[in-house]
Design a binder for this molecule. Sequence first.
Ligand SMILES: *Cc1c(COP(=O)(O)O)cnc(C)c1O
Length: 376
Amino acid sequence: MTQKTNMVTKEKSNLDIKYPMLEINLKKIHENIKTMVDLCGVAGISIAGVVKGFNAIPEVTKQFVDAGCKYIASSRLDQIIKLKKYGIEKPFMMIRIPMFSEIKELVKYASVSLNSEMETLNMIQRECELQGKSHKAILMFDLGDLREGVFNQEEFINLAEHVENHLENVELYGVGTNLGCYGSIMPTEKNLGRLCTIAEIIESKINRRLEIISGGATSSLPLLIDGKMPSRVNNLRLGEGILLAEDLEKFWGYSMKHMHKDTFVLKAQVVEVKNKPTYPVGNIFIDAFGTKPTYEDRGIRKRALLAVGKQDFGLHDKLIPQKQGVKIVGSSSDHLIVDIEDCNVETKLGDILKFSMYYPPMMYLSENEGIPKIFI
Ligand SMILES: *Cc1c(COP(=O)(O)O)cnc(C)c1O
């Protein structure tokens, strides 16, 4: 799509390069995915590679396919359609509960979806009949995180029996859950164990084994690493943990040394270098976004202003400076301010500074049509 037009493949003379840019290392991403596919494979767990965090850029998605993900997953149907048109051939998994308004395209483009509503499933059935197709449903159970899924166990089992016995074209493919996204609930042996117990109750009622028990996202990886993943869980839907591997280290304390973290790198140009006070001068009111930040007075310090802003990366505190000594001070829509007083190597006007990142900037930068994506 329009991404193509923004792609710069060769860095020419310095002045021709357009900044800010997002540098995406396909080889490192491929290696990360392979590491995860192997780690999960040992436990009999397949991976649905979640591509929503980088706007399903096809070149990156291709790494998920080549490195061995069993499914390509997104919460946005338009991304799935884009990938299918690009020529990616893998079973596509729709991981947001489908809207009524997208059921036609869902049946046409996705082979699996996560579901929690009987009425929606009935509509999928009717659409399958119209299109002469079948569709696989993973029923979502809410273990307490309180986003999607059926919360009541009895209702959940009824729903499973309904799909199994009354919907001819909708296959009851399995069950799944999502944790940590709204309620910040940690995946544990106990709550995922409950999902498996419920799966087995359903299996006893339908007299067959369910194909898939999908035990969550990146936040379920610590259980796997600790060897505590309930054995019936045989699928995870992974995005962040594969792409950046920052969260498990920062928030969970797991060493992710075998994973590359500089897979997505923002490169931005310095447009001003000055010595300035660190405490604003005058009456402090509100900033560009209507909030009242606090400022620490550290005297006069050397700082650089970069031509990139919140409109590009969303949140500056989710960027990680690559250059030794650089500290992020703040940002507005189009500017990023960094402290460079402690840099051993001088930062000069016109320099390009690099930042690796957590999930939010990856998401914003990938979606921003104005930012060139460079693949290495
Ligand atoms: C986004 C999402 C995932 C992937 O989350 P990560 O933290 O990036 O691994 C998995 N499942 C669902 C339902 C999601 O919406």
